[in-house]
Design a protein around this ligand. Sequence first.
Ligand code: PLP
Length: 463
Amino acid sequence: MSESLLELLAQRRGESFALHERYLNTQHARVLRTIGFDRRYVRAHGPYLWDDEGNRYLDLLSGYGVFAVGRNHPAIVAALREVLEGELPSLVQMDVSLLAGILAERLVPTFPGGLDKVFFCNSGAEAVEAAIKFARYATRREAIVYCEHAFHGLTMGAVSLNGDDIFQEGFGPMLPGCRRIPFNDLAALERALAQRDVAAFIVEPIQGHGVHVAAPEYLREAGRLCRQHGTLFVADEVQTGLGRTGRMWAVEHWHAEPDMILMAKALSGGFVPVGAVGMRKDTFDKLFSSMVRAPVHGSTFSKNNLAMAAGIATLRVLKEENLVEHAAKLGEGLISDLRALIDKHEFLHDVRGKGMMIALEFGQPKSLSLRAAWKLLETAQAGLFSQMITIPLFKNHRILSQVAGHGCNVVKFLPPLVISEEDRRWIRTSCDEVIADTHKVPGSIWDLGKTLAGHAIKARRAS
Ligand SMILES: Cc1ncc(COP(=O)(O)O)c(C=O)c1O
């Protein structure tokens, strides 16, 4: 007897946290329960999620940036249905995929700087791994330079390029030859490249962790220094790519021309894992230099029909709905709405970002009474204040957001590019109210702060 998935889900509704605590990542489930994010979502569309009580949530996390075109977009669903209902051959392996050829043909004209080849894989981290291998092979050098606070993924090569120690501790040794330099520091980059042993410099135009934006001259100059020293300049646009920052590729804001551009997340249409590396033919052809070498890098599932169809449909939706321009315009408006709150609220120090990648940075207030409360919280655990923003945003205003990294007081919004003017007002009003509440000491938000601090101290003692 065939089992209906929807019936199965209806029968087992309410068991997800218990199942995860038993069979999957127990700590993740515990964190969500502790901070009150344990909802039962039953439906999703565009930028919204609905729980089983009919409440609607605005999703400013978009699956870590996956849902650029919104959730369950009908055009992506239709493309995937066509693949499934068409009984198409996929992953023949001893064949080449037409869908992959078409997706590559449509991606190439969007790339800056004449990149004309595409390598497909299954995730952002795999795109990073591919970049490491292509760069090492093409240059016959070992070293890879990366930035402090960078995030490039969690596989062994990618994790070796992460700029926060928490991701590396206990997993060593890291890939040999990886060198960390400060972000936005051209002198440090020049020093790192000077030994002429660096295969690639990899950088996010806007760092996902902390949402640090490249300085105006940084990426162009970095590209120039790389060319001068025979190093490949790799832009990791896994998060920033495909319209998120209000340009198709974030590097366009800086008029920079990388030797490789990495993408994943949004290309999936939110459905099928996919990653890709755009690069020049000469780099590509060095690694795949002969027929014998045709299989030296690749992956079983890459170029599968569903992923390629999702990519093709995503590019079409971005274009037909003018989502890149929409992200630029609405994002600019939202950033200026939020910037206007800086003068009103002492805790809010900075609002930055581009398009639909936005950060609110909080810091020590001026007035003495607030400063004492801030210090108490930060002593318990650095970065705890930002949870006093994301938790009430979620519980009281039904906005899903995230803290932009370990130990930092930065709240990040990565909305689907499709959010509306009404959603913009929802965000502005909710942020205004939540941030205003943090200035009421004592108050309900600081009761939450005390609870969070208690958990943090207990966790520290236990470890
Ligand atoms: C800039 C960047 N690179 C790489 C990755 C890794 O991508 P994935 O999680 O698909 O492996 C991420 C994921 O967040 C990312 O933001």
